[in-house]
Design a protein around this ligand. Sequence first.
Ligand code: ATP
Ligand code: MG
Length: 553
Amino acid sequence: MAETESRPTNFIRQIIDEDLASGKHNSVHTRFPPEPNGYLHIGHAKSICLNFGIAQDYQGTCNLRFDDTNPEKENIDYVNAIKSDVSWLGFQWNGEVRYSSDYFDRLFGYAKELIEKSLAYVDFSSQEEMREMRGSLTEAGKNSPYRDTSVEENLQLFQKMADGGFKEGECCLRAKIDMASPFMCMRDPVIYRVKFAHHHQTGDKWCIYPMYDFTHCISDAIEDITHSLCTLEFQDNRRLYDWVIDNITIESRPRQYEFSRLNLEYTVLSKRKLIQLVEESFVSGWDDPRMPTIAGLRRRGYTPASIREFCSRIGVTKQDNVVEMGVLESCLRDDLNDHAKRAMAVLDPVKIVIENYEGEEILDAPNHPSDESMGSRPLPFSKEIWIEKDDFREEANKKYKRLVLGKEVRLRNAYVIKAERVEKDEQGEITTIYCTYDPDTLGKAPEDGRKVKGVIHWLSAAHALPAEFRLYDRLFKEANANKMELAEAFNPDSLVKISGFAEPSLKDSELGVSMQFERTGYFCRDKDSTDDLLVFNRAVALKDTWAKMAEEE
Ligand code: ATP
Ligand code: MG
């Protein structure tokens, strides 16, 4: 990752500064703990940039730990996708990838330690009974009839759970804390349950699995994490986090700090809903370029630097927030404007015939208007070319700086042409524009001092490659669609496919790497491209079309 990216401070960094100044810690250890039950989204990127960014800036370490305690919802494909997304974002985890399941033996031991201290018990109440006994926010819960079982018996029962002696749902292990606690998570939470499920890491070794709250804090402590950063919904659970660490024999004292989740307008950042979008075929997959997943953004043509910059711009606080899509898009535009190669494509073509031109030639076009180090590419020119329909008018006022009948325009990287006459079909649609060119205008202005203001892009018809352009719009119709049904929220116009042409140099352009198609937007080649048809995704338009629309109104 570039050394020049600077990260603004935030309340977590202030806490770390204090902890280092006071000598509470000598070094900083963080972790990013995804559950491998879906692909990472841009909200996860916020957490990744925070955790890995802190480790980088404080010369500490950041672990990648899969929080894998729900084997039925997890799988190895998700594990692999998450690893590749973190790497693509530009971060390297400390040592090997870790798994909470690496610690199942130790977690089992710590659960026994709690039982031995009379701080945990096996409960045979049904789920229904447990719910009734839990009470509510205004009403204390009731103690379970199994709460006072002896230590010896509990140890035997817990071992029997692990040995497969009980059915799923028949019993569970609960921490013995306080059924009257104002924090619901402290009312004797379940810490182990029976689940006869195959696990992607531990196979069939276990038929009991620890719960998240019990697992997470202990995993942090085992890994010597100093600052355990998570989102605000775990604020209450911090009591349970500390209770577990305080009641088991372990030296390390990780501390949990909470920050607010990222919410983005016109989309959704919840794996449960993203899975639904995939499974119900609203989108083509986790990497559909409309998805707010890292894989989707990558396929769409986002750069890692633009996502890191976005995370830096939105900052880290405890305030609830919904960020405008325009913030993400402008991070991408800023990055691509400086770094993307230029190329030409015609999205909505109309034919031009240059009557006084014969043969063909290869022109040279720079890859970037101001950065010569990006080199140049060959660009074929010939008698018949494509331009955008929108770039020609039979009549227009002076504000229109493109091709007008009887007037001149410059073809980008080529000659000045003049529109002489048009040919139309029976419906009155223009089919061909006949032009002449001035052979003395390649790379220079006309010698007689004629002013030619407009510049348009074009492609040699004999050389242009057929292409499909996929134009994306917001995934959802409403800015805040969190509470809406997907079918109601989904924007049916979120993908529009149009057919046109691309310049020959784009045939093998790198998948997912955005270029600026002059005057039309930033595009990258998509993996759906074939030998006969190139497919390009529009990563982002050249300008903020939403802001422009508001201006025109
Ligand atoms: P989801 O609700 O999408 O399923 P999750 O929190 O269950 O997300 P995890 O895999 O458990 O997903 O998340 C890994 C880490 O990423 C956690 O520390 C979590 O707090 C953080 N995270 C998840 N979503 C966001 C978000 N929208 N903004 C910031 N951090 C997030
Ligand atoms: Mg989670």
